[in-house]
Design a protein. Structure first.
Length: 130
């Protein structure tokens, strides 16, 4: 079973997502997966990046660094998995997480745009005719 979808995010923003893996019945969640149970590939503009899959247990969102993909089971929800990374360049990103034992693939697309400044500062004048 493969899952794919796209999202719009900003450069250097921590991407927070979830991964779902199910048992053979297609309904019951697989419990207790760790980084050793999965393989990951992350692409930036269709070029494979050497970013390792890392255990995200105990890593806060502010500690997520570019160059790694963080994976962990959500402590309060067994069978639900947290997936985080920080894209460091604008462009097209694709993350593929494979659970070989369960023959399942999760593929996520991310369109990453540069941070834009929305505040122009100063005074804005407005005139109306009477």
């Amino acid at each position: 079973m493969a899952t794919t979808r796209g999202r719009l995010v900003r450069t250097n923003q921590t991407v927070i997502d979830q991964a779902d893996y199910f048992q053979a019945d297609g309904f019951s969640r697989v419990l207790g997966l760790g980084v050793a149970d999965l393989t990951s590939e992350i692409f930036y503009n269709n070029t494979l990046q050497p970013w390792p899959l890392s255990d995200g247990t105990g890593v806060t969102d502010n500690q997520v660094a570019a160059g790694r993909v963080y994976f962990s089971e959500i402590a309060s929800a067994p069978g639900y998995y947290s997936l985080r990374f920080r894209p460091n360049n604008s462009g097209y990103w694709r993350l593929i997480l494979t659970y070989p034992t369960g023959q399942q693939i999760l593929a996520q697309d991310y369109d990453v745009n540069a941070e834009t400044s929305s505040s122009s500062g100063g005074i804005k004048a407005s005139f109306t005719n009477c």
